[in-house]
Design a protein around this ligand. Structure first.
Ligand SMILES: Nc1ncnc2c1ncn2[C@@H]1O[C@H](COP(=O)(O)OP(=O)(O)OP(=O)(O)O)[C@@H](O)[C@H]1O
Ligand SMILES: C=C(C)CCOP(=O)(O)O
Length: 265
C-alpha cells in the first residue's frame, strides 16, 4: 500500500516572519528539492503538501484581526489583503515546486471552504481527492475563508490538516518549521522534547507559547494542542515537528529518520 504523508512547510521557515511579505525563495527551493529526492527514494509515497503564511498573511491578519471575524468595510478590506498575501506566497511556493519537478496543484481553501463560527461546514474536496488519485501532489495553505456566522475568518494549515485526517487517514503528519522541535525550555532552547505524548505533556506545557513573530494562529502552543488532539483520536497517526533549516533534515524525516519531536498517543 502507498503510504500517505501530510507535510507542512511552516511560514516561520519559508518566510522571514518578522519582515512583511519577505519570502525565502532559496529555502523553498531546497525544501522542494529535498521532497523530490525523498520521492525518488520512495516512489510510492503520496503527499498532501501544505504551507503556512509567515510574514505574508499573518501581518495583515494581525492588523485587522481577521481571525476574529469580519463585518466593517475596513475589515473586509483587510480580509482581501490577507487573501491576496496568502495567495501571493502560495503562487511562489507552487511555482518553485513546479520548477523543481514536483507535480503540485494548489487548492486554495478560500475558494473551496465555507465556515460557520469558525467551524468548517463545507469543503468541496472532490477535485483535491481526484488530484491525489491521479498521482498529483495537492497543495493547501493557511488562508482566509468566508464564514456564515462571523463573516470571515482564518484557517491555519494545521486546522486544514485536522479536517483532512479523518478522511484520508495519513500515516504521518510532518510539521517542518524553524525550530528543532518542541523545546521544554523555550526560549533558552537547551532541552528538546524528543517524544511527546499525552502522558508527558506536563514537561512541555510551561514552555509552550505563541510565535515570537506576528501570528494569529497560536504558534507552538496551538500546534501541540491540535496535534495531541489528533493523535488521541487517530492512534495510528505519527506527528513530527522538526526544523527545515538544516539541509537534508526534511528528506531524512520523510525517509523515517528520528529527528525533532515525535508526537504519538
Ligand atoms: N516550546 C516551544 N518550542 C518551540 N517553539 C516555540 C515554543 N514556544 C513557542 N514557540 C514559538 O512558536 C513558533 C512556531 O509557531 P509558528 O506558528 O510561528 O510556526 P509556523 O507554523 O512555521 O508558522 P506559520 O504559522 O507562519 O506557518 C516557533 O518559531 C517559536 O517562536
Ligand atoms: C494568516 C493566514 C492567512 C493563514 C495562517 O495559516 P498558518 O500560517 O498555517 O498558521
Amino acid at each position: 500500500m502507498s503510504p500517505l504523508y501530510f507535510l507542512k512547510l511552516g511560514g516561520s521557515l519559508i518566510t522571514e516572519k518578522h519582515r512583511p511579505s519577505t519570502p525565502r525563495p532559496e529555502v523553498i527551493r531546497r525544501l522542494a528539492e529535498e521532497i523530490q529526492r525523498a520521492r525518488a527514494e520512495q516512489p510510492n509515497l503520496q503527499l498532501v503538501l501544505g504551507h503556512g503564511s509567515g510574514s505574508f498573511g499573518h501581518m495583515a491578519a494581525r492588523k485587522y484581526n481577521t481571525h476574529l471575524g469580519v463585518s466593517t468595510p475596513a475589515q473586509w478590506q483587510g480580509f482581501l489583503e490577507v487573501w491576496w498575501q496568502a495567495r501571493a506566497l502560495n503562487t511562489l511556493v507552487t511555482e518553485i515546486c513546479l520548477q523543481v519537478g514536483l507535480p503540485v496543484m494548489a487548492f486554495p481553501p478560500s475558494s473551496t471552504i465555507v465556515c460557520q463560527n469558525g467551524q468548517v461546514i463545507t469543503w468541496d474536496l472532490t477535485p483535491l481527492l481526484q488530484a491525489l488519485e491521479v498521482g498529483l501532489i495537492p497543495i493547501i495553505y493557511g488562508d482566509v475563508v468566508l464564514d456564515k456566522g462571523i463573516g470571515g475568518t482564518i484557517l491555519s494549515t494545521e486546522r486544514l490538516f485536522a479536517e483532512l485526517v479523518p478522511l484520508l487517514k495519513p500515516a504521518r503528519l510532518l510539521l517542518c518549521g524553524q525550530e528543532e522541535g518542541v523545546w521544554a525550555d523555550f526560549p533558552q532552547r537547551q532541552r528538546l522534547i524528543h517524544h511527546l505524548t499525552p502522558a508527558n505533556l506536563e514537561t512541555a506545557w510551561p514552555a509552550l507559547g505563541g510565535s515570537e513573530a506576528p501570528d494569529v494562529t497560536g504558534g507552538m502552543l496551538e500546534k501541540v494542542r491540535a496535534m495531541l488532539d489528533l493523535v488521541n483520536r487517530y492512534p495510528n497517526l505519527e506527528v513530527v515537528i522538526f526544523s527545515g533549516e538544516h539541509p537534508q533534515n526534511l528528506s531524512l524525516v520523510l525517509q523515517g529518520y528520528p529527528i525533532g519531536t515525535r508526537i504519538t498517543q
